[in-house]
Design a protein around this ligand. Structure first.
Ligand code: CA
Length: 243
């Protein structure tokens, strides 16, 4: 039984990612910028390739939607230039739907491809998918020994967790759960996702198992376990680790 006081409503996080759109067709540029902003993204725009490349370097957006045929530098030129020193995800947009153009675009380092005409919903879905992919790669990459959040410190080598100067006694599953939370701060994590990630893949567990472990973990890491501020319950969705 989860006490009502442990339940807190948390609204869905805003899409704070920044999207750079480089497109010389003004109507299309405006439409893409409008729909992306409406989804909550920060949007930067450029109508010329050289401007797009400069903005990409200066502002370091999280993702670029890049037209192929552009005045100044074309999309492939931008892609090649950026790939020399960044891994910013790029969706190439083009009127040319031929397979050779598609392959050439992907060869220069574009991560995905959209052929005109396309619907705004498709654009949004591709942006979302690519951001999610980039984000999960970042989440897996760090191989650091120490993960910190506030006064919590988790040592992956010694498998120890400290809160301030106190060594916490976590059971193995609680440790794995906390490690997963520390690696995914600020994300809504469903019980199903947590079961798959923290428990064995074939674990036939009940999603209530997650609630039970969260409860135990809260008793160890929360300043006030009855009124949790680090691990928040997102009603109907799961949990979010606030740090
Ligand atoms: Ca164009």
């Amino acid at each position: 039984m989860v006490k009502e006081s442990e339940e807190k409503m948390v609204s869905a996080p805003a899409n704070t990612a920044t999207v750079l759109v480089v497109e010389d067709e003004e109507a299309l540029l405006m439409a893409m910028a409008y729909h992306l902003r409406r989804e909550g993204y920060e949007v930067l725009t450029a109508a010329r390739g050289d401007d797009g490349l400069r903005i990409a370097r200066e502002q370091e957006p999280n993702i670029i939607v890049l037209d192929l045929m552009l005045p100044g530098v074309d999309g492939m030129g931008i892609c090649r230039a950026l790939r020399r020193d960044t891994q910013i995800p790029i969706i190439m947009v083009t009127a040319l739907g031929g397979e050779s153009d598609r392959i050439a675009g992907l060869d220069t380092g574009a991560d995905d491809y959209l052929t005109k005409p396309f619907g705004m919903r498709e654009l949004l879905a591709r942006v979302r998918a690519l951001l999610r992919r980039a984000h999960s790669q970042q989440a897996i990459e760090p191989k650091e020994d120490l993960l910190r959040a506030g006064d919590l410190e988790l040592n992956t080598v010694r498998r120890e967790v400290r809160r301030g100067n106190d060594l916490l006694h976590l059971k193995p599953r609680e440790f794995e759960l906390l490690l997963f939370l520390l690696r995914h701060p600020g994300q809504v994590l469903s019980r199903e996702h947590l079961l798959e990630s923290v428990w064995e893949r074939d674990f036939n567990g009940d999603e209530r198992t997650v609630d039970v472990h969260m409860r135990w973990l809260r008793q160890k890491i929360e300043p006030d376990a009855a009124n949790p501020s680090r691990i928040r319950t997102v009603r109907g969705s799961g949990y979010i680790f606030e740090g």
